[in-house]
Write a protein that binds this ligand. Sequence first.
Ligand SMILES: [Zn+2]
Length: 281
Amino acid sequence: MNGRLCSIRWVGLLLALVRFVPIAGADPIRIYIVTDLEGASGVYQFAQTREPGHPLGEKAKEYLMGDIAAVVRGLRAGGATDIVVLDGHGPQAFVPHLMEPGATYITGKPRPGPLTELDGSFAGMVQLAAHAMMGTPDGVLCHTQSSRTENRYWYNGVESGELAQCAAIAGHYDIPTIMVTGDEATCREAEKFFGPECVKVAVKRGISREAAALYPFEETRQALYDGARRAVAVIGRCKPYKLSLPIQAKKEYLVFDKPSEPGRLVTKEGTIDDVLKLMSF
Ligand SMILES: [Zn+2]
């Protein structure tokens, strides 16, 4: 073998190694998905989200699982190496036999903290099947924490819904919200709080709190898959959502002294010195 041919072979081998090494040693891309139910494809009535065991609710959970499956597949295709999905709906909404492979699913209660097992190892957060904040005219099933007591929250003077609340907790760990799915109003709220880089996928358009123009599942699932795939690529361009401390907080909610009477509005004000305590205010 002459020396020139030999060095060409060495260069070739070296190039092959250079190409291979970054793939083999690539950092894991961990994605945390927090789900709700109100913003899933096909969900537009409180009868689908409030009563555990209601036949409409059982169907709605299946719709949610279909949305989750599309997002998990998209994130995987985009390069996510590890996905954790948290059941963030109050009465819980996962259907175990419909879990898409390629992720782990956290559900059940009680759990420590609002975003269980979220930590600094995650590169991005997805808010899936989310809904707009209380009082949004075209927000399907809009509310903030409690739809019955009509809670509203302000942090440092800015009215905030569940999107901002979850994002602020993730922001504590420097994790950006890279994707939001829900109705058009939810996507608009995401644009306002997280900016243009965060991927938004609307699966319906609200007409009133319990009326919507629904988009067919085949179309929403395709859009969710495409959006999730894109979301992995925008991680580096998304900024974590952070609240400056201490947080000046205000909460409004209704108290019902007698079930037959209309509620009376109560206002609570105070400061929160730790974002992780946001949900207990
Ligand atoms: Zn919710």
